[in-house]
Write a protein that binds this ligand. Sequence first.
Ligand SMILES: [Zn+2]
Length: 322
Amino acid sequence: MFMMKVIHVSFITYLCLVSTFVDANEHIEKKISITFDDVPIHGEFALSPQSLANINHKILDTLKKYNIKATGFVNEGHLKDNAKLLQELLSAWQQHGHELGNHTFSHISYHQNDLNTYLTDIQKGAATTQIVLGKVKQKFFRPPYLHAGSTDEAQLMLDEGLHKLGLQLVPVTMENADYVFDAPYTNKLESKNLSEANTYKKQYLEFTERRLDFYESASAKMFDQPVPHILMLHVNQLNADSLDSILMSLQSRGYQFQSLEQTLQQPIYAQPTQAFKFGIHWLFRWDKSKDKKVNWASEPEPSQDEFAEHQQALTILKNGKL
Ligand SMILES: [Zn+2]
């Protein structure tokens, strides 16, 4: 009888352990935080105030559809000539429950400026955002070009400088080179080539899928368990029109969306990271800093033609030839 009881209790304990293990795994399985750089607009070329408002509201509506609380990194300088619109759009992000982080005022590179100039630009970049946030403190910072310090010392100095401002640097583990694809797409839309624009959007979404496949496989090689990812997108027309498909894809891949705050609590984000001279996502940085398990040469990149089309479209859009 006693043995039976012991066996019974052990079996129950085992079941509890198994179920705890399963629950714990479920808890950490396939989580992702959605972040946008260059709120309220990427700003490579001028758009009408109406287009800017439409882009932001379409992104906000799509995030709402998926019940996502995202983080937007604000670049106030891109809309410095229209303070009213800037405040309206930032308020819309805040009212939808999204976090507003800092992305400098002038979109400058830390690698081309001294620390004091850089920190001053960061503070300048919070002026309108802080009016919108009221008593809420800005917490997060994303460095333009992902330039986070080209030496370990510079990286540490930036972290300390940000800490004094109450800011935390936010890594990226997934991105899809959206900034390469946006100008050609917008150019096609503005030229009223709707079917071409649609085909090009599909091309962008296919590229996004290839990048997601690659990052998932890279993460599986690098870590014993799924890592919570941070996806970086930019606020632009292409993403306003593609976000629904991107989020649907993430959902069908099994991702659950969670806030940036929750993702950053994972120990992986506290690990030391080797400094790099170029802007690159953190999966690469972590792998290069340690075991080098991934063949990074096989990371999908936009083709030469796609880069060329980007340049061509940018020239047209900047010169306002249309
Ligand atoms: Zn940016």
